[in-house]
Design a protein around this ligand. Structure first.
Ligand SMILES: Nc1ncnc2c1ncn2[C@@H]1O[C@H](COP(=O)(O)OP(=O)(O)O)[C@@H](O)[C@H]1O
Ligand SMILES: [Mg+2]
Length: 356
């Protein structure tokens, strides 16, 4: 049963009751996330002379805050930065403690706009493009700075993690995919329809939508992507974490049932929600695949920031989004605020149980 999304704030998320899972072990599922998400195109320059010759360089002109030095060092062991999830090899740290993420034009556009939006305090500060080893990087604040052995959680927000454009492209070349059929069967042998079993293949569009139905993306409008605890243990096996009870358990474990930490997160999320509801940027963007990064440490310090804007696209004017209306193809709604409402309600419920 799905939550009613036109309820602005469902009081008690019920949508994700555990059904008896018919799923095979998680290991077969590991790379399932990677295969259709169109990664942000990265730009590799063969020489300095390339700069200024392509569309991207419009963004590198004055005002774009290009940063060509000092050059960053490799990611060091013992570095205060850790990556919980995401594409391996996409990041470096700079000697000044900044974080470098492989260049992606749409992410740069978003980060630049966000620096002038009311959301600015809730995203990493952006410092322009840094080039290293013929590779451009978007340079931003390392949000872990100032935390002492932090616990980190990445939650992907929204009811959809593919763009409408991804669906359109998949439809334009509707070849049945054997590889996707095999991944589907590896996760849930009962998932393919009889005709898909007969063909031993599924369409990419079908695979994309089936994929979303496995996690709480579909039922709650967010999903936990990964959690790293202070002791270094890291769990990224949440792709089938769908029901309320599983999410609650993961969150309680993440904060070690600390009421003060939960309260800090609840307060910060309510603040973010209020700012999102009034943000010009947010109103005019389809925010897909973006995460909230939760960070706290044993000193009691806690914060939440929005990250990952590689698949965040402006809506065609004059279309604006409320981020709560259910998605139907063409309306571009992403369910971000619906998911945030549910997240806040879940935190509130956890707190009230802990305080009983
Ligand atoms: N500004 C940041 N500060 C600290 N950690 C970050 C920051 N941006 C990303 N990370 C870490 O890197 C991971 C992946 O980041 P993300 O931007 O989502 O990359 P991808 O596009 O590969 O999904 C996050 O889960 C988080 O652990
Ligand atoms: Mg990400």
């Amino acid at each position: 049963m799905r939550l009613k999304r036109n309820n602005i704030k469902p009081r008690k998320p019920q949508g994700a009751r555990c059904k008896k899972p018919v799923l095979s072990p998680a290991s077969s599922f590991e790379e399932y996330d990677e295969d259709f998400s169109e990664p942000c195109p990265t730009v590799t320059h063969s020489s300095q002379a390339d700069v200024g010759s392509d569309a991207k360089n419009e963004l590198l002109k004055p005002g774009a805050m290009v940063n060509s030095s000092p050059l960053p060092g490799p990611l060091r062991t013992g570095s205060p930065w850790v990556q919980v999830v995401g594409h391996a090899g996409n990041f470096r740290t700079g000697p000044d403690g900044k974080l470098l993420k492989k260049y992606c034009e749409s992410e740069q556009r978003c980060l630049q706009k966000l620096m002038g939006d009311s959301l600015r305090p809730y995203v990493p500060s952006y410092y322009g493009v840094t080039r290293h080893d013929q590779q451009d990087y978007n340079t931003m604040d390392n949000l872990l700075a100032g935390f002492d052995s932090p616990c980190i959680m990445d939650c992907k927000m929204g009811t959809r993690t593919y763009l409408e454009d991804d669906l359109r492209k998949a439809r334009e070349s509707p070849q049945p995919r054997k590889d996707m059929y095999e991944k589907m069967v590896a996760v849930d042998p009962g998932a393919p329809h009889p005709e898909e079993h007969a063909q031993q293949a599924v369409l990419k569009t079908r695979y994309m939508q089936w994929r979303e139905s496995l996690s709480s993306t579909d039922t709650l409008g967010f999903r936990i992507e990964g959690i790293q605890k202070a002791n270094g243990t890291c769990n990224t096996n949440f792709k089938k974490t769908k029901c309320n009870e599983q999410v609650v358990q993961a969150l309680e474990d993440f904060v070690d049932k600390s009421v003060p930490i939960l309260r800090s997160y609840q307060k910060r999320l309510k603040e973010i929600r209020l700012v999102l509801e009034n943000s010009d940027f947010f109103r005019a963007h389809e925010v897909v695949g973006s995460s909230l990064l939760f960070i706290h440490d044993r000193t009691g310090k806690a914060g939440v920031w929005m990250i990952d804007f590689g698949k965040t696209l402006p809506t065609p004017p004059p279309l604006t989004l409320d981020h709560r209306t259910p998605w139907v193809e063409g309306n571009r709604e992403d369910g971000y605020l619906w998911g945030l409402d549910n997240f806040i309600d879940i935190l509130t419920n956890i707190l009230s149980v802990l305080l009983e």
